[in-house]
Design a protein around this ligand. Sequence first.
Ligand code: NDP
Ligand code: 13P
Ligand code: ZN
Length: 352
Amino acid sequence: MFEKSTWIRLPRNVLVGHEVLEKTVDAVEELHLTGRPLIVTGEIPREVAGNAVRKQFEDRGHDPAEVLVEEASFAAVQRVIDAAEAADADYLIGVGGGKPIDITKMAADERGVGFVSVPTAASHDGIVSGRASVPEGTTRHSVAANPPVAVIADTGIIADAPWRLTTAGCADIISNYTAVKDWELARRLQDVTYSEYGGALSRMTAELLVDHAGSIKQGLEESAWIVVKALVSSGVAMSIAGTSRPASGAEHLFSHQLDRLAPDAALHGHQVGVGSIMVEYLHSGEHGEWRDIRDALAAIGAPTTAAELGIDEATVLEALTTAHEIRDRYTILGNGMSEPAAREAAEFTGVI
Ligand SMILES: NC(=O)C1=CN([C@@H]2O[C@H](COP(=O)(O)OP(=O)(O)OC[C@H]3O[C@@H](n4cnc5c(N)ncnc54)[C@H](OP(=O)(O)O)[C@@H]3O)[C@@H](O)[C@H]2O)C=CC1
Ligand SMILES: O=C(CO)COP(=O)(O)O
Ligand SMILES: [Zn+2]
């Protein structure tokens, strides 16, 4: 008897492009989101987009409330929930980089209200996905939440954001190559549920980004367009799969472990990119495609070595040998790498 079922949660209105910020209220009204919005933003994102969004809602008679997010933490999520209660807000709008977007996503999920994502930087695929990542003490929680009902990604604003945020977004996409390989391996070895559509979309997204790597240049709005479209596509792959598997394999475990061992040393996307070089080497050996991944990262201007990440050799080796302990997700790391094997992979690929 056929008993499979799936529930795919996707954003409904996705606006990407030149001056789409001006269409924020239209996108919200079209969704029949009514009542009072709470705008959740950071200091810089408020200047580059938040104030304009607030004025747009005021001009259309929506009486928006606002709260500032300074750090990514569970306390910040609670402050936003409290602010939403105090303002009697009916839906939440996150305006900023990954920090305000994640906090808003979690607060909206907790309150059971709609969440609109207005990214001001294309630093990772969390701007469109149903996952949030929150540090707590020496650990980091990757939590599931509802994805945004709408995404408004203004490529003019994103093109003006610090370039390193954009190269981090590119590297997060390039890492899909190894994430899908790990997922396929887990299917073969552990009978893990696999989605052909989720896997194919994720791999194709990475391929398209690499094909366009030559046109991804600082200050070009077209570059922001290419990167945001890829981040949306990657987020959709995760929604189709109902897991972050299409975009998160051993290279993400490595990055999550670096977050514990060397908090705030480097951006998420940059860490997973470097991880992806080594994980590809583990999958396909010395003649495999790890050089293609390294060269694509280098072409975009993303780090390819531990030194470029600002992380020392010992920390890289510790992260590699302990990454498998992070979560119950089978990858090429299996039950763990020995120190000599980790050193061999990191040295052969030139990461250390
Ligand atoms: N959901 C997911 O799947 C994932 C979530 N994350 C989470 O995302 C966060 C990291 O995201 P990231 O975007 O790198 O970090 P931030 O949101 O902290 O943004 C990085 C910096 O850039 C500033 N900024 C944002 N937009 C602009 C702009 N247009 N122009 C100039 N400066 C700008 C921010 O200002 P300000 O400080 O004023 O806001 C901040 O100082 C972390 O909290 C991490 O845990 C990471 C990976 C995956
Ligand atoms: O960063 C992600 C995908 O790019 C999310 O993955 P995690 O589930 O590992 O947090
Ligand atoms: Zn990622």
